[in-house]
Design a binder for this molecule. Structure first.
Ligand SMILES: [Zn+2]
Length: 91
């Protein structure tokens, strides 16, 4: 479960209970970083993306996002699941 909010400067020793909220140039919350439940590498999801893909709907208070998250191979491990109330649940 994600329960410890961290600052960007601290993310070298991030654990699977830690998360980082990213903000944009207007100081609006725009993304979350956390460790993948599958491979423990960092996953980043954002409300906006630079390409054609839609962003996630993220509730930064409850740590809930939609749609699902896929840690896309080959860089990711293929873990697929949801962030709901701070819990990462595989689907
Ligand atoms: Zn992974």
């Amino acid at each position: 479960m994600l329960k410890n909010i961290r600052n960007d400067s601290e993310w070298t020793d991030i654990t699977d209970e830690d998360y980082i909220i990213q903000t944009d140039l207007n100081n609006e919350k725009c993304g979350i970083l956390f460790l993948c439940s599958g491979c423990k590498k960092i996953i980043a999801i954002a409300t906006k993306t630079s390409g054609d893909l839609p962003g996630w709907n993220i509730d930064f208070e409850t740590l809930t996002s939609t749609p699902s998250i896929l840690h896309t191979p080959p860089h990711g491990c293929g873990w697929h699941g949801y962030l709901t109330n701070g819990n990462l649940n595989a689907c």
